[in-house]
Design a protein around this ligand. Structure first.
Ligand code: COA
Length: 176
């Protein structure tokens, strides 16, 4: 029996394009629930990302430096397969509002049907971040708005630079 089997391991999947203060809040709280939390950055999103998967992984690593039991990796394919490969028994999702619920319920039920050994738990998002999403952050940045309340401090200049580099908000062509 591997020692991993005795650990409480969770995965927190998402696009994180870019990571917001809302995501970080979920990561910090989840890191207290699990022995090991693996943040999974989805590569093959239907969305065309602003940041490459490598960039998104590095950004999350830099803002979770203070959390020793948090690891960050990108993944492709199904979240349940990623969870299985990480020996995780739990998928963590954040619920911002009731509008998230229907989609999240469907995804959790589908995931449970595919892998009954892996449960989904939901953390309610901190009210301060209930309205946040990565695309809203990208949009505000694109029009020169202040995003410092929405993303961790060190992410602010990276988003601004990326928007400048991509000539007003174009998308990266990289997949990772
Ligand atoms: N704080 C701030 N923003 C949040 C948030 C929080 N706590 N939780 C979610 N969001 C934002 C996200 O940034 C995202 O914003 P965007 O649409 O502007 O990019 C939006 O809410 C939607 O988030 P989410 O539903 O988590 O989408 P996602 O793309 O980040 O992640 C996956 C979705 C990766 C979990 C899902 O697509 C997946 O599992 N894909 C793999 C394939 C698979 O297994 N599919 C399921 C089969 S049923």
């Amino acid at each position: 029996m591997s020692s991993e089997e005795n650990l409480r391991i969770g995965v927190y999947p998402g696009s994180f394009d870019p990571i917001t203060r809302g995501h970080l809040d979920i990561i910090e709280r989840s890191s207290r629930i699990f022995d090991r939390l693996v943040v999974g950055v989805l590569i093959n999103s239907a969305k065309k990302p602003l940041f490459s998967a490598d960039e998104r992984v590095k950004m999350i690593q830099s803002v979770t430096r203070h959390l020793p039991n948090v690891e960050v990796r990108f993944f492709d394919g199904l979240t349940v397969d990623f969870a299985q490969s990480e020996h995780a028994h739990v998928i963590v999702r954040g619920l911002r509002a009731v509008t998230d619920f229907e989609y999240e319920l469907q995804m959790a039920q589908m995931n449970y049907t595919m892998r009954p050994g892996i449960d989904t738990i939901f953390l309610t998002t901190d009210l301060r971040y209930a309205y946040l999403s990565s695309s809203i952050v990208r949009e505000v940045a694109q029009y020169g708005g202040d995003i410092s309340r929405f993303v961790p401090e060190e992410i602010v200049p990276l988003v601004k630079q990326k928007i400048r580099d991509s000539d007003g908000g174009g998308q990266t062509q990289e997949v990772r």
